[in-house]
Design a protein around this ligand. Sequence first.
Ligand code: NAP
Length: 282
Amino acid sequence: MGKVIYGKKEALKIRKNIRDKIEKMSASRPPGLEVLIAGEDPASVYYAGLIKRAGTKEGISVNIKQFKELGTEEFITYIRALNRDDKVDGILIQLPLPENIDGEDIFDILSPQKDVDGQTPLNQGRLITGRKGIFPPTALGVIKLLESNGITIEGRNAVVVGRSATAGIPAAKMLLDRNATVTVCHSKSRPLEPYTAAADILVVAAGRPEMVGPAHVKKGAVVIDVGTNEVDGNMVGDVEIERVLEKASVSPVIGGVGALTLACLFENIFEIYKKHINSISA
Ligand code: NAP
């Protein structure tokens, strides 16, 4: 029988630390985060609300702007204005973008210094080349979840299911940087079980409800469930948690990676804010 791997306690610790640091800086304004939603994706609207409620508690000023109908050019014009706005430290562009908006164009013009989600080519390149930068909070959350639970990464066989730029690829690179041997699987990795069942650490970020069952998992493995899927009004992960727990340790869909993703987003905002405030007062 495995353990449930929680992230909530560590997330609250990180958030308290950020709140204390913001208070201690006693700057003329709080950290400013703009959350942009293009279109009407319900998960994006929900997540933006969550960020605003949690951010406000920690002393971060969060402004949500939703554009129900707008094209790439107007979106770019809006982002350019935010890039220049001194009161805005971080800009979070919610994904997925609607089909009429060109994501590549958007992330090409977003200021890498305000790219709180680590999605600009510069920050992604910095991650891949092993330099300092602003990196995707979800992937940082996966690493924090492992490390805060005392799970050794070095020398382990890690398998990541999913290769998105926000979750799978950055998580794989961060595991590699910590000396795991990493395999990345995707929708064409067929059959999936031989890959996943070889993992000491299995990270699942596919967005497919309960796609990973006991047959996908090695006895004694650690399974990090990144997936969040709404099924009949309930939030379920990519892992069949109850059955997989009989042979491995698993993170829950609530109080697992998600809690740390939010905390890592706030850490990213705080780091940008600190640089920004220090550059103004220098
Ligand atoms: P995404 O952009 O849709 O990417 C999904 C990835 O999973 C793709 O690489 C896809 O492969 C792969 N995949 C899909 N079905 C598969 C299958 N049956 N077998 C193997 N691989 C499969 O999604 P995402 O943005 O990375 O998000 C993934 C999940 O994590 C979603 O449920 C999302 O809501 C959740 N999420 C949670 C957090 C959190 O903090 N907990 C944060 C971000 C995202 P291809 O590349 O071949 O299409």
